[in-house]
Write a protein that binds this ligand. Structure first.
Ligand code: GBH
Length: 499
């Protein structure tokens, strides 16, 4: 509804409800309001589809604990966190949320929240302690119990095979991701998991965030803040790690499908970098498209995953640092996916510019809104544009996208009152979810949303000092207490509306 119509309608005594749709939803709502006021109201009510996957996400090393129980052997994160000076306060995942023993209580919390989907990860060194070879049945049995409990509560399990806890044995044997040997070992692990859990799990994700474990786990010329925390001589070494991860993903996709008895969904969860046109005009949207496809590391990861080719512009820029690619590699990497998981936290503003690349990214200054971590600037539109760029810029018109992670840390200092009243998280989630809803409204194939995280847990190099949970965990007693954001999200799920 434009201004003229608004004034006319007001003069005619229209109620606020009749007027609001057009005002809230801009031109789309305005057009609708004139043809069908009921439909416009529906739009303005910010609804999600009834079959939308409302979920919650966690990862093995961050919450399970029981690090040496029932045959589990160390992962690179056990080694790393036990190395002095690597994690804040010397925190480790030895006990974490003790989820290994308390999973029934935790499933109860999910059920009360109202989620029908749960994303967790399988600890590779729990189920195959040496990384290859013998399967540890006791480890597999834990995930069977967990899945049975989930299914008894009507919750669909979504399992990630690799959320960064590489068996230390493989790091020792051949330097883990630095070796191409990992590709077969990872596929064998995938096969073993589908054999062991395939009657309970039909929704699989291969890897979590290739970007993070290859770039934050390995520095080029300097040691890195995440496990294994190594320094590489040159960028090529890092790009080779990424190439191995892409191959492992492709091989695992094939392995999952070969071992599955019935239909299953195969996906990956990636935190590709979303670029947001700072002004939504065609020229800046085009700049965002260029930034999305060309910038490190999208051209190195999400582009080959979805298109089977490294982005040519990106590749040309790498020169002698480009990874070694063997015949058949790109075909193996390019497996058709059933869905794509998008881990979204923040994004970068971009505008058109007269530069060789055709765009420039914009800084966020000191006073720019951010959550309780330096990297976590508040850019809600990043979730909308991330979805849109996958569909439009990478031409994946029919690929269902789900938000596999989205969330923020409580603002410090740590105090339980503060955490129970996590108005900051409510604000953050509301802004991002509205943008997800905008993508739904615009017809993009977005099918689900898993906030990170169900409960406070081991936040990698930040240890237990940063809390991302909808549920507070008192680590001294292991008591769980739902935060305000849990109540808020419960209401979103119940109503299917973000307000
Ligand atoms: C996700 O990574 C992870 O999948 C999840 O396990 C984690 O708990 C969650 O986010 C919250 O962090 O401090 O400058 O070295 C998100 C991507 C990559 C963002 C590493 C923070 C560290 C930047 N993360 N990055 S820095």
């Amino acid at each position: 509804m434009d201004r003229r119509h608004f004034l006319t309608a007001t003069a005619l005594g229209a109620t606020a409800n009749q007027l609001l749709p057009g005002l809230l939803d801009g031109q789309r709502g305005a057009d609708l309001a004139e043809s069908d006021p009921q439909a416009a109201l529906q739009k303005a009510s910010r609804t999600f589809p009834t079959n939308f996957w409302w979920g919650a996400a966690t990862a093995a090393y961050q919450l399970e604990g029981a690090a040496a129980e029932d045959g589990r052997k160390p992962s690179i994160w056990d080694t790393f966190s036990h190395t002095k000076g690597k994690v804040v306060n010397g925190d480790t995942g030895d006990v974490a949320c003790d989820h290994y023993h308390r999973y029934k209580d935790d499933v109860e919390l999910m059920a009360e929240l109202g989620v029908k989907h749960y994303r967790f990860s399988i600890s590779w060194p729990r189920v195959i302690p040496d990384g290859r070879g013998t399967v540890n049945q006791k480890g597999v049995d834990f995930y069977k119990r967990l899945c049975d409990e989930l299914r008894a509560h009507g919750i669909t399990p979504h399992a990630t095979l690799y959320h960064w806890d590489l068996p230390q044995a493989l790091q020792d044997k051949y330097k883990g991701w630095q070796s191409r040997e990992i590709v077969n070992d990872f596929a064998d692990y995938a096969t073993a998991m589908v054999n062991g859990l395939g009657d309970r799990v039909t929704h699989w994700m291969t890897l979590n965030e290739i970007l993070t474990f290859s770039v934050v786990g390995y520095g080029v010329g300097n040691t890195a803040p995440h496990a294994p925390g190594l320094a590489l001589a040159r960028k090529k070494d890092q790009l080779q790690i990424i190439h191995h991860a892409l191959l492992a993903h492709g091989h695992a996709c094939q392995a999952i499908r070969a071992a599955a008895k019935g239909t299953c969904s195969v996906a990956i969860a990636e935190n590709f970098s979303p670029y947001v046109p700072v002004v939504e005009t065609p020229e800046h949207i085009e700049a965002a498209r260029l930034a999305f496809t060309r910038t490190d590391f999208n051209g190195a990861i999400i582009t080959p995953l979805l298109t089977g080719k490294y982005d040519p512009y990106w590749l040309a820029q790498q020169g002698a640092e480009a990874p070694d690619v063997k015949a058949g590699d790109m075909e193996l990497i390019h497996q058709k996916l059933d869905a794509l998981g998008f881990n979204c936290y923040t994004g970068t503003y971009v505008r058109a510019a007269n530069t060789p690349a055709g765009f420039e990214t914009l800084d966020t200054f000191e006073g720019y809104p951010r959550m309780a971590l330096p990297w976590l600037t508040l850019v809600p539109e990043s979730i909308y544009w991330g979805i849109r760029m996958i569909t439009d810029a990478l031409g994946q018109k029919a690929l269902p996208i789900f938000i596999s992670e989205n969330g923020c840390a409580d603002s410090g200092p740590v105090s339980s009152t503060r955490e129970m009243q996590d108005t900051d998280r409510v604000m953050y989630l509301r802004q991002y979810l509205r943008q997800v809803q905008r993508a739904v409204d615009d017809g993009y194939p977005v099918v689900g949303y898993f906030p990170w995280s169900l409960m406070d847990n081991f936040e990698w190099a930040e240890g237990y000092t940063k809390r991302f949970g909808l549920v507070h965990v008192d680590y001294a007693t292991q008591k769980r207490t739902p935060k305000l954001s849990y109540r808020w999200f419960q209401q979103v799920i119940k109503s299917g509306v973000v307000r």
